[in-house]
Design a protein around this ligand. Structure first.
Ligand code: NAD
Length: 324
């Protein structure tokens, strides 16, 4: 089972699991995901979609042997728009997903985040770093929801013996990100393709480490299969400034767009880079896709994304067509 399977990462994970011959139940409420992301999987005999809000309990008949718990708003624009829902899906939603794993003796994977490190005072960030999170700032709805998610996952592991794994995902990008989700890559790509100025926050000197989605999905598969409780960082340790990222995207789009500097959001971390020693040693995982290759594939997808999915163009209509 994949919760949040109609989202950006979840839809790639569903595809990968089906390609490996597994049967997949995808649970989603379309709060930030899209019907279009899974429309091409609906005819696959191994795929089943179930429209459910995981905060309200999980009704999954039959026995599941693995639970990938991805359901949660993930981009700052989304979780700032859905603050209470974000806290509830991280708390009740994670508890419900853990209960299902406990019921069936299934393995369980929590997709936590580099945001648990807050604005880090240790660089790069190893899993042993406890973080520097502002518990009452606007971003805390996401950071603290994920920290709670990690705590309850460890409690189910220690108290009920559920075979859990926690991964802390660093910035990931690729096809199927929403153009309007507020994250840097889709924003830069859509602006560059439209010939508009690329909006870079602050002076553009803040850094992120960008991992291509196929590499991340490979890490998720290895993490669940490894039985390693974690937490394990999954991310690409190659660090770029936002300015460099914007210029690379602009080049790949063949755009002559200028960069425009806009104010940085509150509590925006200055730097981010994973220490992936644990992923390398425990999972045999390293990211393989260069930033330029990954961005090229992402740009190509955004160029073609008007392609016909067989669903209505309007997202709300598409979601209800699928749910029906
Ligand atoms: P996304 O927003 O594209 O996908 C999340 C999915 O969860 C969506 O399909 C959404 O509809 C679904 N969802 C949200 N609340 C739900 C609820 N109550 N019930 C059922 N479904 C619900 O985000 P994403 O980028 O694919 O992220 C997937 C997971 O990975 C998230 O848990 C996120 O926190 C984590 N993560 C992602 C990144 C990244 O860079 N993409 C980084 C760190 C962590």
């Amino acid at each position: 089972m994949v919760t949040g399977g109609a989202g950006f990462v979840g839809s790639h994970l569903c595809e990968r699991l089906l390609a490996e011959g597994h049967r997949v139940v995808c649970v989603d409420n379309f709060s930030t995901g899209r019907a279009e992301n899974i429309a091409h999987l609906l005819d696959h005999p191994g795929f089943r979609f179930s429209l459910q809000d995981v905060t309200e309990g999980l009704n999954v008949p039959g026995r599941v042997d693995a639970v990938y718990h991805l359901a949660s708003p993930a981009s700052p624009a989304d979780y700032l728009r859905l603050p209470v829902e974000t806290l509830l899906v991280g708390s009740y939603g994670t508890r419900n997903a853990l209960e299902l794993a406990r019921r069936d003796g299934a393995r369980f994977l929590l997709t936590s985040t580099s945001e648990v490190y807050g604005s880090p005072q240790v660089h790069p960030q190893p899993e042993s770093y406890w973080g520097n999170v502002n518990p009452v700032g606007p971003r805390s709805v996401y950071d603290e929801a994920k920290r709670f998610g990690e705590a309850i996952t460890m409690a189910y592991h220690r108290t009920h013996g559920v075979r859990t794994t926690i991964v802390r995902i660093f910035n990931t990008y690729g096809p199927r990100m929403r153009a309007d989700d507020g994250r840097a890559v889709p924003a830069f790509v859509t602006q560059a393709l439209a010939g508009e100025p690329l909006t870079v926050t602050g002076d553009g000197g803040q850094t992120r480490s960008m991992c291509y989605v196929d590499d991340l999905v490979d890490g998720l598969r290895r993490a669940l299969d490894s039985g390693h409780a974690g937490p394990v960082n999954l991310g690409n340790p190659v660090e770029v400034t936002m300015r460099e990222l914007a210029l690379t995207v602009s080049d790949l789009c063949g755009s002559a767009s200028e960069l425009t500097l806009v104010p940085r959001p509150q509590d925006d971390p200055q730097q981010r880079r994973p220490d992936i020693t644990a992923a390398r040693e425990e999972l045999g995982w390293v990211p393989r896709t260069s930033l330029e290759d990954g961005l090229r594939r992402t740009v190509a997808w955004f160029r073609d994304s008007a392609a016909d999915t067989g669903l209505p163009a309007d997202h709300e209509e598409a979601a209800s067509a699928l749910a029906a």
